[in-house]
Write a protein that binds this ligand. Structure first.
Ligand SMILES: Nc1ncnc2c1ncn2[C@@H]1O[C@H](COP(=O)(O)OP(=O)(O)OP(=O)(O)O)[C@@H](O)[C@H]1O
Ligand SMILES: [Mg+2]
Length: 323
């Protein structure tokens, strides 16, 4: 029986324009260009795409760290404009797990102190014992024990342990949404899958939703329910991870998939296909932003931005699929 899950997050026509350069040479970058997607309860949604495509900017707008240029974000039925007035409540419900676990904890404080501080900050317990039980419970969820962090500093833990501890800390306030931006790219390759797998476990055990941001389509395939492929601020393809990655429609998704380096997991495809940051014109290109690199480019692609086209249950922004 398939159950229809409630929507937890709606991103509607979200756009972010940055102005860069000096006053002599100013240019605009549409880092996020009118993207829309929604996320259901207990769902892992991946945002994937090469460096500079707008993944982190999207995450930062959802977290309220960056003001959208236009568009709206609705979390649990309430617009971020409203959530601004209840910032602390919002931060309890939406927690971030960032890329570098070594920067996640203040190196001058012991990790248990940092956990207790978080419990106090959000008023999650009324006694020390209660706080300790809460911390214990969250650490167990990520495969750690209180002894692993008690009196220890971030320099004394491995990258993998630290990332688990960061996830445990993010769970203290019982969030309904976790935003994990490249959470394993700085973790030893041999440990990545076990940490990514934690997100699936937390989804199943706690019903938490996750936005998983990654370059790595292999872990995305393994852990996510749905995926959106971003290119230069656009979502070019979106659907179930199974469909998008086993039968990609957009020529860019195909290129991405082919550039997953099978034999050498250490080598990231980022290095192979990233273009110079100076190629700003791609952001501003009329028509399809991928036209300059697309093996199947047609003349219309250079003129008209392709609309969102539904192919089966998934969306593709490509003129090839126009009816
Ligand atoms: N504060 C800022 N000011 C100006 N430009 C910015 C700013 N933040 C991001 N950008 C630009 O916006 C674009 C999107 O950046 P973003 O960090 O969102 O990409 P990303 O997909 O997360 O890339 P990566 O995979 O490298 O983390 C890039 O061209 C970036 O240079
Ligand atoms: Mg990023």
């Amino acid at each position: 029986m398939s159950q229809v899950k409630a929507t937890i997050l709606e991103v509607k026509n979200l756009t972010k324009v940055f102005t860069v350069g000096s006053w002599i040479f100013r240019t605009k970058i549409v880092a996020v260009d009118d993207i829309s997607f929604s996320l259901r309860n207990a769902e892992i949604f991946t945002l994937a795409g090469e460096s500079g495509c707008g993944k982190t900017t999207t995450a930062r707008m959802i977290l309220g760290f960056e003001e959208p240029t236009s568009g709206d974000i609705v979390f649990e039925g309430v617009s971020i404009h409203e959530w601004k007035k209840k910032r602390k409540e919002f931060m309890k419900k939406v927690q971030a797990v960032f890329q570098n676990p070594f920067e996640g904890f203040n190196p001058l404080l012991s990790i248990d102190d940092i956990f207790f501080e978080t419990v106090r900050n959000y008023a999650l317990a009324s006694t020390n014992d209660e706080a300790r039980r809460l911390i214990d419970e969250k650490l167990k969820l990520v495969g750690l024990r209180f002894e692993d962090i008690n009196g220890r500093y971030s320099s004394e833990l491995s990258g993998g342990q630290l990332q688990r501890a960061l996830i445990a800390r993010a769970l203290l306030s019982n969030p309904s949404l976790l935003i994990a931006d490249e959470p394993v790219s700085m973790v030893d390759a041999s440990l990545r899958m076990s940490i990514v797998n934690l997100f699936a476990q937390l989804r199943d055990q706690l019903g938490v939703s996750v936005i998983y941001i990654t370059h790595d389509l292999a872990t995305a395939y393994y852990v996510s329910d749905r995926i959106a492929i971003m290119f230069r601020g656009d979502i070019v393809e979106m659907g179930s991870v199974e469909r998008v990655l086993t039968d990609p429609k957009h020529p860019y998704t195909r290129l991405l998939r082919e550039s997953i380096p099978e034999p050498d997991p250490e080598k990231k495809w980022k290095e192979e296909i990233t273009i110079a940051d100076t190629e700003y014109e791609e952001y501003l290109r009329k028509g399809c932003k991928f036209a300059g690199r697309c093996p199947e480019v047609m003349s219309i692609c250079r003129e008209e931005k392709p609309p969102e086209i539904m192919v089966g249950d998934s969306m593709v922004r490509c003129h090839l699929y126009k009816k």
